[in-house]
Design a binder for this molecule. Structure first.
Ligand SMILES: Nc1ncnc2c1ncn2[C@@H]1O[C@H](COP(=O)(O)OP(=O)(O)OP(=O)(O)O)[C@@H](O)[C@H]1O
Ligand SMILES: [Mg+2]
Length: 248
């Protein structure tokens, strides 16, 4: 089982859209796939038409009163399952802080019983850097980091790299930054992509274009490649998935 966190400190950069589309593509390729919606906003749950609610909330989950496989829901797509968000996840840091031991390894612990059930797990992460994020970094094999090619995106990437460098035990965590919401008309985007790709090792080649079709996922409430498989943005997500699968 490989675990991929789709993560950024920044909000609104395309984490949820990417999680939903990549997980769909992984399942479509025949892999048993789980999306864990860790964001109390519940956007990934919304896209999969699953109610963002866990009986007893995050507390019941962390205290072992609810088993993970009790909460996992099916989606409309074969091989693709979802662990919905719960609004109580907004208090996750406090709950994690209260864990009797190893507050930074709780996600890893919770996933143990389902290790054999999935080929890929995707975390849709909330935009923050917190104890929850640290749990994500400990549990994941790789972090995909969407970057909008603007001046601030490098700062975000540097902050994350700096954080990971200062903590112990993240040596094996693969950082997979990629460009998201790329506008081919904007020269600033093209310049930023060239500059950051040359400067930072490991930036993926696939680029997700700025596309109204991606925005329409909220209307269709399903992954983009499920309703527009030949749209250029679907092809971009496909290329991205192939690169990630290769890197894992
Ligand atoms: N490639 C794209 N082209 C156009 N719009 C996009 C693209 N990717 C995402 N969006 C839109 O941008 C908004 C933010 O995207 P998304 O929810 O995926 O980001 P996020 O990083 O998960 O946000 P948050 O930090 O709030 O969880 C959404 O309205 C989404 O439809
Ligand atoms: Mg999101």
């Amino acid at each position: 089982m490989k675990i991929v966190g789709v993560y950024s400190i920044k909000g609104g950069v395309g984490k949820t859209s990417s999680t939903v589309n990549l997980a769909y593509l992984a399942a479509e390729a025949g892999h048993r796939t789980l999306v864990w919606d860790l964001d109390p906003q519940g956007a990934a749950s919304y896209f999969f038409r699953v109610k963002p609610k866990i009986k007893g909330g995050g507390r019941a989950l962390l205290r072992g009163k609810r088993a993970l496989d009790d909460i996992i829901k099916g989606t409309d797509f074969e091989l693709l399952e979802l662990l919905p968000a719960d609004f109580s996840f907004r208090n996750m840091d406090i709950l994690l802080e209260g864990a009797k031991k190893k507050p930074i390894r709780q996600l890893q612990r919770l996933l143990k019983p389902v290790v054999g059930d999935y080929d890929y797990v995707f975390f849709d992460c909330p935009p923050s850097i917190s104890l929850m994020s640290e749990n994500i970094f400990r549990a994941a094999d790789a972090l995909m980091v969407p970057l909008i090619p603007s001046t601030l995106s490098e700062r975000t990437l540097l902050q994350l790299k700096d954080f990971l460098r200062k903590q112990e035990g993240f040596g094996a965590l693969k950082l997979l930054p990629f460009f998201s919401m790329v506008d081919p008309e904007r020269s600033l985007h093209q310049d930023t992509i060239e500059r950051l790709s040359a400067k930072h090792k490991g930036v993926l080649e696939a680029r997700i274009p700025l596309s109204p079709e991606v925005e329409r996922m909220g209307i269709h409430r399903m992954p983009l490649p499920a309703y527009a498989p030949s749209n250029p943005a679907s092809s971009a997500y496909r290329a991205l998935w192939e690169e990630v699968a290769e890197a894992l």
